[in-house]
Every structure is written in structure tokens, then in C-alpha cells.
Design a protein. Structure first.
Length: 424
């Protein structure tokens, strides 16, 4: 007998022992599968959430980029430097305004001359009015009507000149205001209080900002998501932020912006407000991991993963009806870490087993942990569920027979009815 034959003869009993014990174990599990109580639960509708993760960055809560605008004219001077602290309303850029300033100066000089001329006619009108009164107060013999008439004509002319010059002055003052409004456009002011982060005096094309100002004291997080992911998000959704320093923090989505112009990498900016005050504040530029759990399917009929069994590529659950198993094939839609959306095979409020196993078969009577009723044995009907009228009828039909107990009936297991409010 060769060496290989000896090894085979030694290993054969061991293999048979393993097979026999495995068979006995499976047989035991199958025979007593219905003897232990099982957990059950009612199928309910719930919102299913999808967990999404994205990288993010800490950015200033407010940032203003100031560009060179050709319609304002020629950029003359940048009034700030990198690192300067500015307040809202501070002057940042100044454009050439010589022509406008010259026009304003000319108009202001003309207005002064007109005002001098107007003062002359106002004084003349006052003088002529006094002469007319003096001449009119004379006696009829001394009064010269022709002289009074001439003075009144001169007074009327002086009044006309005063009003005419006033209208010219008003017109020129309006021109000055219009030019001053144009002059205001020659100075660009910031509406953000913060620090000047960047100054680029040679940015003349308008594609790059000349000055960038950001508020370093107040920050937020910004992540970029694809179109497929951003469809699930809503402003006001809560998120979780994980930073390399400082641990985890909570946040709320405040804005979902439009995607960038590049179609090759279509990403939507998602701004997140954070609780990062005091020592918890992260520096600008810190990288983050943003975890979002938006509602993917609203009011979905759902079961937990562990409630589902699989066989030959098909999924099924064990529905409990009147303490008997109904093996039900099911189909699923959306899934997350805990739940599956039931698309076919189950209805709301049905009761299923939450701790199923492969030894439970169609039509098997089982007991649940929700009640304490005893099974009646092979009949499947509970003694406690028997109608009192039927019991009275049985006693009348056999009054002299003493009750006997069937050993088979006394060996029935405890049947626990399913709990309608089963745990999930």
C-alpha cells in the first residue's frame, strides 16, 4: 500500500465525521427552527437618506473682487496695498477724471459770474422800486407820471434779468451734479470690511481682479459637487464637517450656486455656514471632508438589509400572517447603509421577520417574542383563540367523558403573535 493510499484511508474517516456533524447540525437547526421565538416588525414608510462625501475648503464668508472696468476710463491709481485693513466704504481704485474735473471747474466759474450778475440786477430792482415809491409819494402837481412809467419799465427789466440768470444758474448747477455723479464713478469703494489679500496693478484686461478683499474674521466652508449629487441637496440641510485639525463640526447649507462654465468638469459650489467661533475657527485655506445625508427617496416603503434573505440570485423576506410564514419574493430600488426601498412584493403595515434564516420555510408556524400565546400543536390553532360557544358545545356532546390529555398536544411550543409596532 503506497503512501498516498494510507493518507486517503486516514483522511476519509475525518471527512465523514465532518460531513456527518454538519448534516446533524443542519438537521437540528431545521427541525427546531420553529421552536424558538423570533423578532417581527411592521413595514413602514420612511424617508431614505443617501450619504455623500465631498472635499471642501475654508474660505472667507465675504470676499470682494474689484476689476478694472473700461467704461470708467483709464485706471489712474490703486489706493490700497496687500495686507491693508479696510472698512466698508473705503476708496480702493481711482480712475482718471481730469476732463470731468475741468468741466466742473469751468461750470463753477460760470455760475459765480452769473451769480454776480444776478446780484447786480437784484440790487437795481430794489433801487428802482425805491425811486418809484419816492416819485409816487409826491403831490399831484410835482408828480411826473412819465418818469414813474419809465422807472417801472426799468424795474420790470431788472426783475426779468434776475429770473433769467437764475434759470441759467439752475441749469449749470444740474450739469455740475451730473458731472459729479460721473466723477463718483471714477472712484471705486469696497462694500466689505476685511483685509486686502491681493493687489495686481497690471490687471488691465478685466479678466483678473485688481484688488481682492476678504473678511478673515468670518469664514465658511465651500464644497463642489456634481450635478447628480447636488440634485439631492436643499438649502438648510445639515452636514458634518471633518477637519485634519479640530475634529468634527456641524454645518448648514446656506447656498447652492450655479455650475462653472467648464462643461468638462461641471461642478456646483455648495456654501456651508459653520460654528467656528473663537478657538474653533479654522484658518482660511484649510481642507475639509464634508459628509451630507440628504433625503434621496421620500416616504419610501423600506426594510433593513438584515431582514432580507437571498437564494439563487433572488431576494425574499418572510412575511408573518396569522403566525405562519409567507415566503415573499421582493424587488428593491434605492438602498443606503441601513435600508432598502421596496419597489415590489410588500405593502405597508405587513409584518415580517427581522431575524430570518434559511431553515424557515413556506407555511411553517412560528412564534414571535411579542405575545405569550401557546400553539395548539399541529393544528396551528391556539387554545386561547377557541370560541367559548364551541367549548360549551363540546362539553354538552360528551358530558360523561373525562378530559384526557394527548401527549402530542402537550408538547406544543409557545406561540407569540407578531407585534404590530415591531422594532426596526
Amino acid at each position: 500500500m503506497n503512501r498516498h493510499m494510507k493518507r486517503a484511508l486516514i483522511g476519509l474517516p475525518i471527512l465523514l465525521f465532518i460531513i456527518l456533524n454538519t448534516y446533524l447540525f443542519l438537521l437540528n437547526q431545521s427541525l427546531f427552527a420553529s421552536e424558538k421565538p423570533y423578532e417581527v416588525a411592521k413595514i413602514e414608510n420612511r424617508d431614505l437618506r443617501e450619504t455623500m462625501k465631498a472635499s471642501g475648503t475654508i474660505i472667507p464668508l465675504e470676499t470682494q473682487e474689484i476689476y478694472n472696468e473700461a467704461h470708467r476710463g483709464v485706471l489712474e491709481e490703486v489706493l490700497v496695498q496687500e495686507g491693508d485693513e479696510v472698512s466698508a466704504g473705503s476708496e480702493i481704485l481711482k480712475y482718471q477724471s481730469t476732463d470731468i474735473e475741468n468741466q466742473i471747474t469751468t461750470l463753477e466759474n460760470e455760475i459765480k459770474e452769473l451769480e454776480t450778475e444776478q446780484d447786480f440786477f437784484e440790487e437795481r430792482e430794489t433801487t428802482l422800486a425805491g425811486q418809484i415809491r419816492t416819485e409816487s409819494d409826491k403831490d399831484e402837481e410835482e408828480k411826473n407820471e412819465s418818469s414813474i412809467f419809465l422807472l417801472e419799465q426799468q424795474k420790470a427789466d431788472a426783475s426779468y434779468q434776475t429770473k433769467r440768470i437764475g434759470r441759467v444758474i439752475s441749469s449749470k448747477e444740474s450739469e455740475v451734479k451730473q458731472l459729479e455723479s460721473k466723477l463718483d464713478e471714477k472712484v471705486v469703494k469696497t462694500n466689505v470690511a476685511g483685509t486686502v489679500q491681493k493687489v495686481n496693478v497690471i490687471a488691465g484686461s478685466g479678466e483678473e481682479p485688481v484688488v481682492v478683499i476678504s473678511s478673515e474674521d468670518q469664514v465658511m466652508a465651500r464644497a463642489y459637487l456634481s450635478e447628480d449629487d447636488v440634485l439631492f441637496l436643499r438649502e438648510g440641510d445639515e452636514v458634518e464637517i471633518s477637519a485634519s485639525r479640530g475634529g468634527k463640526r456641524k454645518g448648514v447649507i446656506t447656498d447652492i450656486g450655479p455650475a462653472g462654465e467648464s462643461k468638462e468638469d461641471l461642478k456646483f459650489p455648495v456654501d456651508i455656514e459653520l460654528d467656528l467661533e473663537g478657538e474653533n475657527r479654522l484658518p482660511i485655506g484649510s481642507t475639509l471632508e464634508v459628509t451630507m445625508k440628504p433625503v434621496a427617496v421620500e416616504n419610501a416603503l423600506a426594510v433593513k438589509h438584515e431582514w432580507v434573505l437571498h437564494n439563487d440570485g433572488e431576494a425574499y423576506v418572510l412575511v408573518v400572517k396569522n403566525d405562519y410564514i409567507d415566503k415573499r419574493k421582493v424587488s428593491f430600488g434605492f438602498e443606503n447603509e441601513a435600508y432598502k426601498e421596496v419597489s415590489k412584493g410588500l405593502k405597508a403595515e405587513e409584518t415580517i421577520m427581522t431575524d430570518p434564516n434559511i431553515f424557515l420555510v413556506e407555511g411553517m408556524e412560528i412564534e414571535s417574542k411579542s405575545t405569550g400565546k401557546k400553539k395548539s400543536g399541529t393544528s396551528g390553532a391556539s387554545e386561547e383563540q377557541q370560541n367559548p360557544e364551541d367549548e360549551e358545545q363540546d362539553r354538552n356532546e360528551s358530558p360523561e367523558e373525562e378530559p384526557t390529555s394527548d401527549p402530542a398536544d402537550s408538547e406544543g411550543t409557545v406561540d407569540l403573535e407578531s407585534d404590530d409596532g415591531g422594532t426596526e
